[in-house]
Design a protein around this ligand. Structure first.
Ligand SMILES: NC(=O)c1ccc[n+]([C@@H]2O[C@H](COP(=O)([O-])OP(=O)(O)OC[C@H]3O[C@@H](n4cnc5c(N)ncnc54)[C@H](OP(=O)(O)O)[C@@H]3O)[C@@H](O)[C@H]2O)c1
Length: 282
């Protein structure tokens, strides 16, 4: 009998990859008789039910996704990471805490790919929630970070928020032209440019040279190879897609709820299989 329920709340939720990933992990470890992960669509006008109802029904914890990630800061005691990035994606009802596993998922995947971070010059593209998590994680690990965003004002605003929430100072918002001469060793794409169905889109402005020898980490995971990844590879650089980050942010939540070491390879392979299944159905 299932004794331990976890899941994801959001709206819409039917495309979430989390149930298949977590349930495959439970199965691989022989925990599927006791643990179950499911997806719950909660309309935004009844947002508070997103947490009250599952909690009332004995859920251990939840993942929280769009549009509730900011609202979820009020649903539990946010830890330092959640406060820094201004969003919660994982709740644990047993101790009433909320965290954001995107940061460790991102940094963990860079480390798994042997990408140097400490002391490196890193260009972060974007100024949304993913960019804020990236900047926070990279600065925490000792990188020198510069942000470029299509809308400059939004980048300045994100950096102001990071100063208030995490005391981060000295990160500049620049234009792409200004950054090329700075020669970053790592470029992180935290924009949604290039994500399906806008597969022909890239956040890199045509005519601006791609820095020689730079590694790209593209948080976009569908398609597996984005236009920007192709551009970087054509310029002789290394390009890594965002699927590993997705698996690792889920794995961090799995560890919080179960206390068990998550089977990363199972989670990663399940995501790969599920995404190619969905691609072939389109
Ligand atoms: N791999 C993972 O586990 C993982 C985790 C989190 C997020 N992500 C991915 O990261 C991406 C961003 O997520 P988010 O939550 O931060 O989204 P968001 O808050 O909506 O921010 C979107 C960002 O993309 C920029 N952008 C959108 N279209 C663009 C274009 N055509 N050219 C240049 N910039 C463009 C926006 O610039 P403006 O400010 O100018 O509009 C903004 O900075 C998504 O693709 C998401 O799937 C992946």
């Amino acid at each position: 009998m299932v004794q331990n329920r976890v899941g994801v709340v959001g709206f819409p939720i039917e495309h979430s990859l989390s149930p298949v990933m977590h349930n495959a992990a439970f199965k691989a470890l022989g925990m599927d008789g006791e643990w179950l992960y499911d997806a719950m669509a909660i309309p935004p006008d009844i947002a508070d039910y997103a947490v009250k109802e599952p909690q009332r029904h004995g859920y251990i914890g939840l993942n929280v996704t769009i549009p509730f990630k900011q609202k979820a800061l009020e649903w539990a005691r946010p830890d330092e990471i959640a406060r820094a990035v201004g969003a919660v994606n994982t709740l644990d009802f047993r101790d009433d805490t909320g965290t954001n596993t995107d940061v460790d998922g991102f940094i963990g995947d860079l480390q798994a790919h042997d990408v140097a971070i400490t002391g490196e010059k890193v260009l972060v593209l974007g100024a949304g929630g993913a960019a804020r998590a990236a900047v926070y994680g990279l600065v925490r690990e000792g990188a020198e970070v510069v942000v470029v965003n299509r809308t400059m004002e939004r980048a300045s605003n994100m950096l102001f928020q990071l100063t208030i929430s995490a005391g981060i100072q000295g990160v500049k918002a620049l234009t792409l032209d200004e950054v090329v001469d700075w020669k970053p060793s790592l470029i992180v794409n935290s924009t949604s440019a290039g994500m399906y169905p806008q597969v022909d889109s890239s956040p890199w402005i045509t005519g601006v040279p791609i820095p020689q020898g730079a590694t790209l980490y593209d948080m976009v995971y569908t398609p597996a190879k984005t236009k920007l990844m192709q551009q970087v590879e054509s310029a002789g650089g290394r390009a890594i897609g965002g699927l590993g980050m997705l698996a690792r942010q889920g794995a961090e939540a799995f560890k919080i709820w179960t206390g068990v070491e998550p089977p990363i390879d199972v989670m990663l392979n399940t995501l790969r299989t599920e995404l190619s299944k969905r691609e072939s159905q389109e």
